[in-house]
Design a binder for this molecule. Structure first.
Ligand SMILES: *[C@@H]1O[C@H](CO)[C@@H](O)[C@H](O)[C@H]1NC(C)=O
Ligand SMILES: *[C@@H]1O[C@H](CO)[C@@H](O)[C@H](O)[C@H]1NC(C)=O
Ligand SMILES: *[C@@H]1O[C@H](CO)[C@@H](O)[C@H](O)[C@H]1NC(C)=O
Ligand SMILES: *[C@@H]1O[C@H](CO)[C@@H](O)[C@H](O)[C@H]1NC(C)=O
Ligand SMILES: *[C@@H]1O[C@H](CO)[C@@H](O)[C@H](O)[C@H]1NC(C)=O
Ligand SMILES: *[C@@H]1O[C@H](CO)[C@@H](O)[C@H](O)[C@H]1NC(C)=O
Ligand SMILES: *[C@@H]1O[C@H](CO)[C@@H](O)[C@H](O)[C@H]1NC(C)=O
Ligand SMILES: *[C@@H]1O[C@H](CO)[C@@H](O)[C@H](O)[C@H]1NC(C)=O
Length: 284
């Protein structure tokens, strides 16, 4: 559970960008908006589209308002219950909209075990780390739509509440300055340790790729080891992120270890991304 008060304090002291603090909640299930007068609901639908070189299948998370409109594409492996990555477009977000949009987490597509058990086991130092962030969406129902366990992975609290939060806020700030939405791909990978009983893994790192309309991109990688000291050289700094960009932003405050990398072919393979995935104009 998120310690809301202390984090709010940190955000204020460090004068972080103006988006509100992201956080997590738990409890029952409800896929419907109670705010809207128009019948609107959110849903997740399996597709037959393969991803990550055939290792996963796309699940669409989106809004049903008459028709179903996909908003987040999730690349999911249903044998390991692992999400390789999610993709969404991020436009301008309006922070004066006080809509919170928090809700309980949906377990849809977890067939073999209750994911709550995983998060409970690691709750001493880990959070339910949203992949596509709640605050990247403007409406109440769209924010609620992000609360699927398939849109999350166990994330070290110091990373989630530290530099990863900063990255999410920074990406929104950047998107607010663009005339077109940016494409955001967020995923996790590697194995810090395994839950053999559930055939499930705790990822070693998180990554986020921002693709701008002009085709340029930025790649952030966060170390998902809660006990790693900030000075620790991560083993994957060499093995995964061969092309480290030395200074990629103001990570001066807050906890967690983050690198910026150059997106090469090797890194794309490691992240489970194909060419289309990082193409801004991909058919949605
Ligand atoms: C959501 O709304 C639909 C359609 O109005 C309804 O059939 C369904 O029971 C509702 N589900 C929940 C969880 O409230
Ligand atoms: C899903 O894709 C597989 C392989 O491409 C194909 O054999 C199968 O018929 C497809 N199923 C549906 C329901 O479209
Ligand atoms: C897992 O995915 C495969 C391939 O898409 C599908 O055939 C199978 O029915 C899925 N399993 C479950 C339990 O949904
Ligand atoms: C466990 O995951 C592996 C892939 O890492 C998969 O091949 C295997 O079928 C899974 N086992 C079970 C029991 O689902
Ligand atoms: C943000 O939303 C508020 C309330 O909905 C509105 O008054 C304001 O004009 C919006 N600001 C921008 C920049 O769109
Ligand atoms: C927190 O949980 C992890 C994973 O179960 C464990 O390895 C670690 O020792 C725990 N740390 C504390 C301080 O309890
Ligand atoms: C603010 O939230 C309301 C309620 O979900 C939504 O209808 C409205 O479109 C939002 N406004 C903006 C500017 O995003
Ligand atoms: C996490 O970091 C600590 C401190 O650097 C290190 O001792 C530990 O081996 C790391 N855990 C894993 C699974 O790599």
């Amino acid at each position: 559970m998120f310690r809301f008060v202390s984090v709010l304090l940190i955000c204020l002291v460090l004068s972080a960008p103006s988006t509100p603090c992201n956080s997590k909640t738990t409890s029952g299930q409800n896929h419907n908006s109670s705010v809207s007068t128009i019948k609107e609901s959110y849903d997740a639908k399996a597709t037959n589209k393969s991803c990550n070189y055939g290792r996963g299948k796309i699940i669409d998370i989106g809004i049903t308002k008459g028709n179903f409109t996909p908003k987040i594409h999730v690349c999911f492996d249903n044998t390991t219950h692992r999400t390789f990555w999610t993709k969404h477009y991020l436009g301008r977000t309006n922070t004066s909209n006080s809509t919170d949009g928090r809700t309980s987490w949906s377990k849809d597509f977890f067939y073999k075990f209750n994911p709550d058990k995983i998060y409970k086991k690691v709750s001493n130092n880990s959070d339910r780390g949203h992949l596509s962030p709640r605050a990247d969406f403007n409406t109440d129902i769209e924010r609620k739509m992000t609360y699927y366990y398939i849109n999350a992975a166990p994330q070290a609290s110091n990373l989630n509440r530290g530099k990863w939060r900063w990255i999410e806020e920074e990406v929104r700030a950047r998107a607010n300055k663009e005339s077109s939405p940016v494409k955001v791909i967020t995923g996790s990978g590697g194995v810090l340790f395994a839950f053999n009983m559930y055939n499930y893994t705790y990822p070693e790192y998180f990554f986020k790729i921002v693709v701008f309309k002009n085709g340029q991109n930025e790649v952030f990688v966060g170390v998902n080891n809660a006990t790693a000291a900030v000075t620790t050289e991560s083993p994957f700094k060499q093995s995964l992120c061969k092309n480290v960009i030395p200074f990629c932003g103001c990570f001066g405050y807050s906890e967690g270890i983050v690198y910026c990398c150059k997106l090469d072919k090797d890194l794309m393979q490691r992240f489970g991304l194909e060419k289309d995935d990082v193409d801004y104009k991909e058919r949605w």
